[in-house]
Design a protein around this ligand. Structure first.
Ligand SMILES: Nc1ncnc2c1ncn2[C@@H]1O[C@H](COP(=O)(O)OP(=O)(O)OP(=O)(O)O)[C@@H](O)[C@H]1O
Ligand SMILES: [Mg+2]
Length: 251
């Protein structure tokens, strides 16, 4: 579904490669969380896949084809929900259709309302974002990401601003959406427990610059329930991952 081939990236004005010859592949229909210390370049990876940044070297392929040609190759949910405060919820959700063009207002509204219903936000279309709770805003942003099209969803710390209980119910909700839609999901998080709860395997950016992502299989079957987190193998994995990340910030 997604393939990086020897991809490098350097921000203009910096004198080093943040991403250096990175190669990895993600199978269709899988769900992986990406872990790595703050500032290591995780969001930069997503910005390249979504076409906001262009690699300095190498190639990124989505669905077997190099990106660039087809613009709607993925849905990208950036680190903040970025709903426009002056647009109603449905107008926010329908934005990708407006940008793509070719949809009447009635069509845009119908599709946005259907995406909102899928996200459990029936009847919220005419509200302004400020009238929604944090979890509802994240679900509205997710609905908009779904309408952006593509079978690949890139979610950048979508739940990090939520309180613990909302966050764990959003995690269960996301696994449900993943099962129903069959999309391929990449999910950046700093929360190791969230990463192992959601992922089939976790991708760890273990060094700076990022030269590789270590793929670590999560020893629990799908569908997941929170009970699996109490399993000794899962607890051991959580501690191992925390140890790996700490090694990077405390040399
Ligand atoms: N536009 C930019 N110009 C120059 N440097 C940048 C730019 N955007 C990000 N950086 C730098 O690139 C590095 C990686 O940024 P990125 O946002 O990809 O990190 P991240 O892994 O997503 O971090 P976090 O976990 O804190 O979100 C950081 O050191 C950051 O300062
Ligand atoms: Mg980031």
């Amino acid at each position: 579904m997604l393939e990086f081939r020897q991809v490098s990236y350097q921000y203009p004005g910096e004198d080093f490669d943040l991403i250096d010859g990175l190669s990895f592949r993600v199978a269709p229909g899988s769900l992986h969380c990406i872990l790595g210390v703050s500032g290591c370049g995780k969001s930069t990876l997503f910005r390249m896949v979504s076409g906001l940044l262009t690699p300095k070297a190498g190639e990124i392929r989505v669905g077997g084809a190099p990106i660039g040609g087809h613009r709607r190759c993925c849905g990208y949910m950036p680190q903040r929900d970025l709903l426009f405060p002056w647009r109603t919820v449905w107008e926010n959700v329908a934005l990708p259709l407006e940008i793509a063009g070719g949809f009447s207002k009635a069509e845009r509204r119908a599709r946005a309302e259907a995406a909102l219903a899928d996200a459990g936000l029936d009847g919220c279309g005419d509200k302004l974002p400020r009238a929604l709770s944090g979890g509802m805003r994240q679900r509205a942003a997710f609905a908009r990401t779904m309408l952006a099209g593509g079978d690949l969803l890139l979610l950048d710390e979508p739940f990090s601003a939520l309180d613990f209980l909302t966050r764990i119910s959003m995690q269960e909700w996301l696994l449900d959406q993943w099962r129903r839609t069959g999309k391929t999901i990449l999910f950046i998080t700093h929360d190791v427990e969230e990463a192992i709860f959601l992922s089939q395997s976790v991708l760890v950016a273990a060094e700076a610059p990022i030269r590789a992502l270590a793929e670590i299989l999560v020893p629990a079957p799908m569908p997941r329930t929170r009970a699996c987190l109490a399993d000794p193998a899962m607890a051991a994995l959580r501690e191992e991952l925390i140890g790996r990340l700490r090694k990077q910030v405390e040399p």
